[in-house]
Design a binder for this molecule. Sequence first.
Ligand code: FAD
Ligand code: DHB
Length: 400
Amino acid sequence: MPDRVLGGGVKTRVGIVGAGPAGLLLSHLLHLDGIDSVVIESRSRQEIEATIRAGVLEQGTVDLLKSAGVGERMQREGFVHEGIYLRFGGRTHRIDFPSLTGGRSIMVYAQHEVIKDLVAARLAAGGKILFEVKDAAVYDLDTQAPKIRFHHQGTVQELECDFIAGCDGFHGITRPSIPSRARHEFTRVYPFGWFGILVEAPPSTDELIYAHHERGFALVSTRSPQIQRLYLQCDPDDELRNWPDSRIWDELHARLATGEGWKLAEGRIFQKGIIAMRSFVVEPMRYGRLFLAGDAAHIVPPTGAKGLNLAAADVRVLSKALAAFYSSGDEEALKGYSAKALKRVWRAEHFSWWMTSMLHRFHDESAFHHRLQLSELEYVASSRAKAQTLAENYVGLPLD
Ligand code: FAD
Ligand code: DHB
């Protein structure tokens, strides 16, 4: 449906702030239901397509991307993993997903590749994404005609919408536009971060390794047969210059050491970054005609690999609710959006907190706490019930 020009402004059904996974996928799902939208994004296309972030897609996210017609390259280039390894006390234990979850698995496929696929699909279908907008603001949220105002290519523009989707991530402008009396926020900040690197090296492992060690957590992931993704727990206020390559390798070798003959393949480190870790939820995920989705509404620490997947789950629920509204005028699903999304969000919040707490070293950790972590890891490795709890949350609970 073409945009309608009204009084100098542009009108669309759904105005979407943010071209991350949440905003782009929402725009695409709405398009499949014949609902027009405009996405505004503060960064350039190049920048969003090059930002290194998540890598693990739940089975439900994979199925959603496939059914939306944007899974073709993912199926060709992504890696299906049927388990993960937990490494602690110098030994490695495999959690087998299919046998514990009725045949489910995960896909390792980088978030920026998902972004590239979604941008390409939107533009090929004539979708409207405005890059490099500045000073976006949302208002009239509690009316039938909420608006987004922003600067684009040297002019001030106003987009009049039926609904606004706040998909602008944790540091965006939509959540703070909700009056503070109308939102309840829950936060937990962790006393550590992750130091992430990309390395030119062949895989050291066929599946991800999550390692518990008294020097701190480490994670071995992958991107391609030539590029590996590795993380190690660090001080959240640390700086990249304190981490010469030799120190990174020393720490990784120490934390991943095992007497099982396993070796970490080294290579040229070509990207480094430090990630802070927090848990955060805002309730409700709606104010008037503004709906929040993805990191704009919630953050999880990365240990459970849930952030991108939650963003996808949110917009699936939201797109269906909007489709129901436009096909029949029925607002019930829109009214239920926040509660439905939050149910999944809190499950993922708990899982991510649990994985984080079980695997990281805490500053003030007592020997008692360390023993409890080891006992819990032993239990996951030896009890089918506990392993199943990990597996079914990791591959993702069914979307409906
Ligand atoms: P974002 O990706 O943050 O997108 C928001 C977009 O809005 C951005 O492009 C931003 O530029 C734009 N924006 C912000 N403000 C404005 C504004 N004022 N105007 C216009 N545009 C604006 N999750 C997983 O599921 N699996 C993983 O393995 C995983 N690993 C991770 C590893 C790392 C290192 C990090 C940092 C995160 C990881 N995550 C993972 C989390 C995941 O990356 C996020 O949850 C995901 O990006 C959320 O998507 P989103 O679309 O909600 O927000
Ligand atoms: C990756 C990121 C995660 O947060 C995780 O738990 C597993 C893998 C990754 O970037 O590959």
